[in-house]
Design a protein around this ligand. Sequence first.
Ligand code: OSB
Ligand code: MG
Length: 369
Amino acid sequence: MSAVRAIELHMIGLPLVRPFRTSFGTSTEKICVLVRLDTDDAEGWGECVAEVEPGYSEEFNEGAWLVIRDHLAPALLGADAPEIDDIDALLSRVRGNPMAKAAVVDAFVDAELRARGVALATWLGAGRERVVCGVSIGIADTTDELLDQVDGYLDEGYQRIKLKVEPGLDVDRVEAVRSAHPDIALSVDANAAYSIEDLDVFRALDEFDLLMIEQPLHHADLVRHAELQRAIGTDVCLDESIRSAADAAAAIQLGSCRIVNVKQGRVGGIIEARRVHDVCRAAGVPVWCGGMLETGVGRAQNLALAAMPGFTLPGDTSASGRYFPDDLTEPFMMAADGTMSVPMGPGIGIVPRQDRLAETTMRSELITS
Ligand code: OSB
Ligand code: MG
């Protein structure tokens, strides 16, 4: 328990190894808001998973910057000596904006745990030392290019392949990958690109023994997701639709999905992510750890979360090299068996490298009381 002295924002720009194309746009560079938070006792780091454009959700980098600078940071800087348990109430004056909140919550929790010398995974009660890695593959220009990428990732050891799909680049692509690899764990992610009128596409996808179909319909449409889940055999997984533990409870009660993708950066940070895990685990709904192409800072958060017991499916927690020629932190490596070790140093167990931070910071701002 210690006062927050300063919050520093960095807008980071990090080249990606290859463009990442989804149904809502293409990223050629990772651009995100990074938060450094100083308490009396320690420093903490948090990463905002918003992107340049509000395509995945309503949040976007410039908006998140302002929400943090003008609303979230003042709430923390004005508090006496907040504890982790106080953080929700302190930030509750801001409605929504879970990505902006997550960056601040995660930085505060990191600082608190560093001061106590406790690893985030330990604090979460996450007993696993290693987590199983999958990989999410963007929409490729051609089917041949996609097949090459799949081969490359399978050679590296990834234990589950997820293909981004969109209308027109779906059934044929899945069929090509499935015939080349009859036995791999394979899933698709539509990022909300379809409507319930596309039932024929989902019925066709039903034939490929997919592990799941992720976020097929509009994020706000839990009722039609339930309709779709009743109409197909493949498990529906929700990503964009789940922004809180309450959303997860609603989706489960409605039958909108049978699997939940947990991204701490999407649900308001590590504390709410733990609640999403707990709600799903109590209902017997498997969860897995999604990703937003995070730098090493967000990746460390994700790995600690993925070590919790309800995370029974491989995550999108890939190695640094799958994303960046040169990560912001020391790189996260995957072993040949497709697993990655969970950081066990105090807090998230890693900090940005000073040289990389200097090279990749496009602008920064220090906020003090
Ligand atoms: O929908 O899961 C998604 C990346 C950016 C935005 C949304 C998504 C993704 C991914 C990549 O699928 C996951 C990762 O490897 O970090
Ligand atoms: Mg997704």
